[in-house]
Design a protein around this ligand. Structure first.
Ligand code: SF4
Ligand code: SF4
Length: 176
């Protein structure tokens, strides 16, 4: 056979020895390996009853934080969306109206804030880019779902619920 790389090897069919022909030693050594695994510490855990401790630098789903008075921190500046390498964030800004001072911290706020969790790679760059301490990655896993549209997280899922802590270790998101 002509070979350009010259790495081709001719395979020779080797005759089996008597020990190979009776198969039993090979079966026995295979069984020994299998039985050894019964006594090894199992790497699997009974999730969700058992949970592994996350790494200190684990980044999970996002929240949009409120300030100590319960007002939304986000001013819809768009820096997180610009910083996002996956183009997962989309924002529509609006102006705060009279009487809404208790809802939004500054004159501008995010009327719509959406993160496409199917695009997100949980890099945390949005959190780093935010000048208002508004977007934050928690230790919560983004929940699984069968419908792609449910992976678009809007403000209903992202804004920190009133009266809760925004700390990533103790944060509890809305339950669906
Ligand atoms: S964590 Fe990264 S990929 Fe996800 S929304 Fe933020 S910047 Fe985009
Ligand atoms: S989350 Fe932060 S960076 Fe993103 S739009 Fe709001 S204030 Fe700007």
């Amino acid at each position: 056979m002509h070979s350009l790389s010259n790495r081709a090897k001719v395979v020779v069919k080797k005759e089996m020895t008597l020990m190979e022909k009776i198969y039993l030693p090979a079966i026995f050594s295979g069984m020994v390996i299998t039985i050894k695994h019964f006594f090894k510490k199992k790497p699997t855990i009974q999730y969700p009853e058992q949970k592994r401790e996350f790494s200190k630098v684990y980044r999970g789903r996002h929240i949009l934080k409120r300030d100590e008075q319960g007002r939304e921190n986000c001013t819809a500046c768009g820096l997180c969306a610009v910083a996002c390498p996956a183009e997962a964030i989309s924002i529509v800004a609006a102006e705060r109206q009279k009487g809404e001072e208790h809802l939004y911290r500054e004159e501008k706020y995010a009327k719509t804030y959406e993160i496409n969790m199917l695009r997100c790679i949980f890099c945390g760059l949005c959190e780093e880019a935010c000048p208002k301490d508004a977007v934050y990655l928690t230790e919560e896993l983004a929940p699984a779902n069968f419908d792609r549209s449910n992976f678009i997280f809007g403000k209903d899922k992202l804004v920190q619920p009133l009266g809760t802590s925004a700390h990533p270790k103790t944060y509890k998101p809305y339950k669906k």
